[in-house]
Design a protein around this ligand. Sequence first.
Ligand SMILES: Cc1cc2nc3c(=O)[nH]c(=O)nc-3n(C[C@H](O)[C@H](O)[C@H](O)COP(=O)(O)OP(=O)(O)OC[C@H]3O[C@@H](n4cnc5c(N)ncnc54)[C@H](O)[C@@H]3O)c2cc1C
Length: 400
Amino acid sequence: MSEFSLDLDEDQIQLQKWLHDFAENVIRPAAHEWDEREETPWPIIQEAANIGLYSFDFVANAFMDKSGLLMPIAAEELAWGDAGIALAILGSTLGLAGIAGNGTPEQLMEWGPQCFGTPEKPQLAAFAVSEPDAGSDVSSLRTKAVYDEAKDEWVLNGTKTWITNGGIADIHVVVASVDSDLGSRGQASFIVPPGTPGISQGQKFQKMGIRASHTAEVVLDDCRVPGHCLLGGKDKLDLAKEGKRSGGQAAMKTFEGSRPTVGAQALGIARAAYEYSLEYAKERKAFGRAIIENQAIAFKLADMKTRIDASRLLVWRASWMGANGKEFTSGEGSMSKLYAGETAVYVTEEAIQILGGYGYVRDYPVERWHRDSKIFTIFEGTSEIQRLIISRAISGVHIK
Ligand SMILES: Cc1cc2nc3c(=O)[nH]c(=O)nc-3n(C[C@H](O)[C@H](O)[C@H](O)COP(=O)(O)OP(=O)(O)OC[C@H]3O[C@@H](n4cnc5c(N)ncnc54)[C@H](O)[C@@H]3O)c2cc1C
């Protein structure tokens, strides 16, 4: 039995420093520009690819790390730099997670590296589940996949919405209904390879925050993909349909694993806002003294820091459990994302309050951090859906 410790080891400390340097020197200085431009920050993705950060190998190593901490450390540091740019870098990981969670090892090796491309030609991936009439209610997806036996092809039709990297990705992982009578059990995930006809970008959304991350509709119009693009293969699909395996809950499986990483991104924003407002409170004078000398301000910072540290402990626990095959018996993955997401909204709002008028204007980063934080109570399962998962897990009751 190894001794309990929350100390990072030498390798983890080195990695954290490497990521922090990139966040501080490359991401943070570019944050304002890409927020204003509302475009994918290709030069930053290119720099991340050049140093091996934006790569299949980096993410695969992080996924295989038995401590489970590499991915949350990476996500926290990158989002500390800027959450929109962090998502532009990490968005492809969701596509990869969709492949890893549902595909065979052969499919993972074939398509995984293509989610990132090479430093010479970086590529993007997307994971497309949500639809205009099916966000939280993933069981009611309308996008259909029909098998054309004669050609051994799947034909995809439907509209996906709110998709990170949607329409600009090289690899789209699309969740579609193969048998709508079976709800989520009748769903499967498909790879849409680069250059496939019949897939296109619909509306690109203008957002409140994380504006360096591209979010758009994806339209599938008789989009034909080869038979081997069905993730997990037909056997898995048949077993799922017979109810012998829960392979049909393709989207849920992916989200379960990725939630602590999403929580870690929220944590990165919260930490950025906390550090900034702590320094500000020590500098800013009102009534002849630093504003931090007032309990009203100092106690805010005490609460902010406490909730940030609690979030990190929840995120690390869930990541460690996931990496060691421990079942989330109380919705621990959801807890981490729920608490870190709500903490990011709370901390960034308090940071605005501490900065006063300076917190409210775009010359300072705090208002951007608040705008960026809000998505973390919405995507990858809203806060309400996380509470549903946790309350069902702890009670065994099908809470509605
Ligand atoms: C910027 C951005 C990026 C995104 N990226 C992706 C992506 O890459 N891939 C992807 O597939 N999706 C993506 N999404 C979609 C996201 O996951 C959904 O928006 C989210 O799941 C909520 O779905 P909805 O918007 O349809 O809201 P709805 O499901 O309509 O929910 C509306 C409200 O009702 C509440 N609600 C719904 N059902 C219940 C219930 N049973 N009990 C209590 N409350 C309930 C919700 O919590 C919410 O407050 C993204 C969204 C955004 C905004």
